[in-house]
Write a new protein. Sequence first.
Length: 277
Amino acid sequence: MHPSLRARSLGLVFAGLSLLATMAHAAAGCDARWQTAVQAQLALADGHGPDLGSPEWQGAVEQQLGLNGVATLPARGSPAWCRRVQQQLDTARRAPTCRKPPEAGSIEQLVCQHARLRLLDVQVAALYGAARKKAVNEHPPVLAAEQHGWQRGRNECWKAGPDAQSATDRAARLNCVRESYERRILELQVRYQLVPANKPLAWRCSDGSEVIVRHFPSTKPPSLMAERGDQTSLMTQAAAASGTRYVGRNESLWEHQGEARVVWGWQAPEIVCKPAP
């Protein structure tokens, strides 16, 4: 055989072997050993959880890692699915809160014990960094103070479940921390416009005021920022029998049949608003 042909043949053989090795490695990522490692990292079972590798177990993995409902998620159990799960686990290990050993019994320790919370911690840190770039000329500079205030509030979540030995209290504490992270993510995304927003919509109201609304449909849940005079309110979409309803701290806005019904402030009367000309 001509040397060039031999070299080409050997090249094809090695390329084929390399591809097979890659496929075998990918498939091995879904084996029982990998599943056991995932189980340990996510603390999915205490002896009463789903069987290792079962569809129920795969669903629990997705839930823990915030992958449930992701439209682009590969088929469960496939090598691509396992790689996606591993990517989430690798990301979770970079949680800033867990860079140094947390104090025993602290909320930081709770964050570091749960991959879903670690992922949220990574997301908040990334959004905060993006917001800092946008807030460089902010006057007064409130972003850093708000972030410290949020951290203190998150760390108060131990009050939601003070008995560490109670399963109910542990679950309440976990939910409090998760909701705190999700709220902070939403605040950073909307206040610093880190996600796409619709064009502002102006409403003229029955009390003579004007409410300017900017919708953020891609946040979870969908949200809006409303301005009325020198006040603003961040609202999130809530259940409604008809139309679309948003609720904030002490404000609400219900869009229905071409008008908006707005409540602005604690126990304030409802005002009816129509699109400004």
